[in-house]
Ligand binder design. Structure first.
Ligand code: BGC
Length: 445
């Protein structure tokens, strides 16, 4: 997801020249020296997906198990493209498993749809709970470590307040209590098979898109009060989830998943106002939760200049240095981010998403190779990177962009639902094989 749009550039500009930034000072986290931990194994070679982007509902609206997400309301209001059955990953999940086995990943990150397991407040769908437990069990039987995300952008629609949008989702007074019960329930059910939990996927990007950019529920524009409140609420709920996870299974690892583009200061940025704003967006949430994380996970896709022109023309650039989304391809940005995050938090790291929307397989292959090479270089410098996950298994629903961007290592055969591997999937398979054999990250197998 691209987290800033044209609108995001405008507000800070209005404040150009102000001494005080509306979001306050940055750098709240202590400055650490990066952990100089040696060692490769166990390195996680994974793929990431999410429930809404992959699963079909597989229940009709008359069925009491039917569920509605806040995103469904957005689609109904024609503010987002139709999701439909996505990749049928609820009824045909075995097709995903077959593809994962062919590629030979060691880890698989997927998310649980909160609304599916709790379609109305306090009423759980036990069949759906067991469906997710089955996925975890099947992955483990296949020798693949499940990495369970408990929230990937979407909320049950019953957390939307149609009368007062300031009480929607994170800020709904019922949310925290229900979240704690939901997390406990899902962790208890899956814990026999799961060692890694990510409470939230890119809460920093979601809060920005929901409260500043106005694209995601509750669709507020430049609502800095809401932004701050939702950042705090999502961080509190992350900390709650970490506590619930440790109560159930102390040995399980808690993982953050933040959206961390590599931002570069730009000349036309009075007082560093834009740079400060985007750095807030990167780190405000993580600063509040890093101490309860065993591993700092982050998603890296691109770098960008934090200047007005770059922000205004965002997503519009094309050519060999850009992806289908108009994102700048910058593998060195990943190396820089690993070093920055390593020093800032002094914890082991995982790249929980990295990938490219393209129809050109050579471009996808080079993108993966060059980013994996940066991980290797950072590890050679002593940074403790524990894993890398490609976004994504197959071409999927890409939020506001619908089904247009092609992020997949595979496509879906519409008749059989089989995942047909693209050339880059075989490249990734060979990277995994060679790296495991040599016990070091090997971008050129
Ligand atoms: C999100 C995914 C999304 C991907 C590519 C990340 O922001 O976690 O849901 O599909 O980026 O845009």
């Amino acid at each position: 997801m691209k987290i800033l749009t044209i609108c995001a550039a405008v507000f800070p500009l209005l404040f150009g020249g102000c001494a005080l930034h509306p979001l306050g000072p940055l750098d709240k986290a202590p400055d650490h020296q990066a952990a100089q931990l040696k060692g490769y194994a166990p390195f996680a070679w994974g793929i990431s997906t999410s429930s809404l982007q992959y699963e079909n509902k597989a229940v009709s609206p008359e069925n009491p198990e039917y569920y509605v997400r806040d995103w469904d309301l957005l689609v109904q209001q024609k503010k987002a493209p139709i999701v439909g059955n996505a990749l049928y990953s609820w009824s045909d999940w075995n097709k995903d498993l077959t593809a994962l086995k062919k590629i030979g990943v060691t880890h698989y990150r997927f998310s649980i749809e909160w609304a599916r397991v709790e379609p109305s407040p306090g009423k759980y769908n036990e069949k759906a709970v067991l469906g997710y437990v089955r996925m975890c069990r099947k992955l483990r039987e296949a020798g693949i470590e499940p990495v369970v995300t408990l929230w990937h952008f979407t909320f049950p629609a019953w957390l939307t307040d149609p009368k007062d949008s300031s009480k929607t989702n994170w800020l709904n007074p019922q949310a925290r209590n229900h979240w704690n019960l939901y997390v406990s329930k899902m962790v208890k059910a899956t814990a026999p098979y799961v060692n890694f939990y990510a409470p939230e996927n890119e809460p920093n990007g979601q809060v920005l898109t929901a409260y500043i950019i106005g694209l995601w529920p509750p669709c507020h524009i430049f609502d800095f009060k809401g932004y701050k409140a939702a950042t705090i609420a999502s961080a509190d709920m992350f900390r709650d989830a970490a506590a619930r996870i440790k109560e159930v299974k102390h040995s399980a690892k808690v993982l953050s998943v933040e959206a961390l583009p590599w931002w570069k200061p730009a000349p036309l940025d009075p007082g560093g106002l834009l740079y400060n704003t985007v750095m807030h967006s990167n780190f405000d949430h993580l600063d509040r939760v890093y101490d309860v994380c065993d591993i700092i996970g982050f998603n890296y896709y691109y770098s960008q200049m934090a200047g007005p022109f770059s922000l205004l023309s965002e997503g519009m650039k094309h050519g060999s240095n850009f992806t289908m989304m108009g994102w700048r391809i910058d593998p060195k940005g990943l190396g820089n981010q690993i070093r920055y995050v390593g020093k800032r938090y002094d914890k082991p790291m995982m790249i929980t998403e990295n990938g490219i929307a393209t129809k050109n397989e050579q471009k996808r292959l080079s993108y993966l190779r060059d980013h994996i090479a940066q991980i290797r270089m950072a590890m050679d410098d002593g940074y403790d990177v524990k894993g890398y996950f490609v976004w994504s298994l197959a071409d999927n629903y890409e939020w506001h962009y619908g089904y247009v961007p092609k992020f997949g290592l595979a496509t879906m055969d519409p008749n059989t639902k089989a995942r047909i591997l693209k050339p880059a999937a075989y490249y990734y398979r060979d990277v995994i094989r060679t790296s495991n054999r040599l016990q070091q990250v090997s971008p050129n197998p």
